[in-house]
Design a binder for this molecule. Structure first.
Ligand code: AP5
Length: 208
């Protein structure tokens, strides 16, 4: 089984959902830059204050801040790691390559219209970062996290206008990583449309 997995794919393609399932079943540690940044925003740290403007606009947080944030985490990581939302630029990919070998980059492929529906109907847990979808993966009790009982919320960047910017940013800055990992023979693209469990079966097959 692969030990270092990069989850690539546009916003809403299911990186967090599939990453969480792999962690529960196989004991991976998931490093999600999005979750780390939202935590920093919530705690109003220096990083959080700087990052918020970019996140709310659907832009990327500058490379130096992200690489600084991830360097320590990557150095501490040993064993099975899932990188969710990192790298997102070629500069970040080079910084990652200096610290660890990537075994596989899983690229979840989903069309824009579906991504917009998924993101605008997402609800997230502020405490344990679990994600739900109002139709495809609803919580058992309305508005309450199944895992920890916290009240669910809608992310500030999950509005339709911001999602369109995030998709543009993805195409411009992150899509070149598909070619980057293809050239390194690490890329596996998975059709990300179907039920969460159907996609998970494909993901598991790919990482064997
Ligand atoms: P981040 O939190 O990483 O957001 P993202 O990449 O835009 O991805 P999402 O979290 O929106 O989606 P996902 O692919 O995880 O999908 P999910 O599983 O939740 O980043 C947020 C911001 O932080 C960025 O915009 C940027 O500003 C900044 N940032 C983060 N990392 C950075 C970096 N490295 N460099 C610079 N800036 C950075 O699923 C989505 C929804 O769909 C859920 O409701 C889910 O239940 C549902 N769903 C999942 N799978 C399915 C399915 N198969 N069928 C139907 N519904 C499904």
């Amino acid at each position: 089984m692969k030990s270092t997995i990069v989850l690539l794919g546009p916003p809403g393609s299911g990186k967090g959902t599939q990453g969480e399932k792999l962690c529960s079943e196989f004991g991976y540690v998931k490093l999600s830059t999005g979750d780390m940044l939202r935590e920093a925003v919530k705690n109003q740290t220096e990083l959080g204050k700087k990052a918020k403007t970019y996140m709310d606009a659907g832009a990327l947080v500058p490379n130096d801040l992200i690489i600084g944030l991830m360097k320590e985490k990557m150095a501490a990581a040993n064993g099975k790691v899932i990188l969710d939302g990192f790298p997102r630029t070629l500069e970040q990919a080079d910084a990652l390559a200096e610290q660890m070998d990537v075994d596989i980059a899983l690229n979840l492929d989903v069309a824009d219209e579906e991504l917009i529906k998924r993101i605008t109907m997402r609800r997230s847990c502020p405490s344990c970062n679990a994600v739900y979808h109002l139709v495809h993966n609803p919580p058992k009790k309305d508005g309450v996290c199944d895992k920890c009982g916290s009240e669910l919320y809608q992310r500030d960047d999950d509005t339709e206008a911001t999602v369109l910017n995030r998709l543009r940013t993805y195409r411009e800055k992150t899509m070149p990583l598909v070619g980057y990992y293809y050239a390194k023979k690490k890329l596996v693209t998975i059709d990300g449309v179907g039920s969460i469990d159907e996609i998970y079966e494909k993901v598991k097959k790919a990482i064997q």
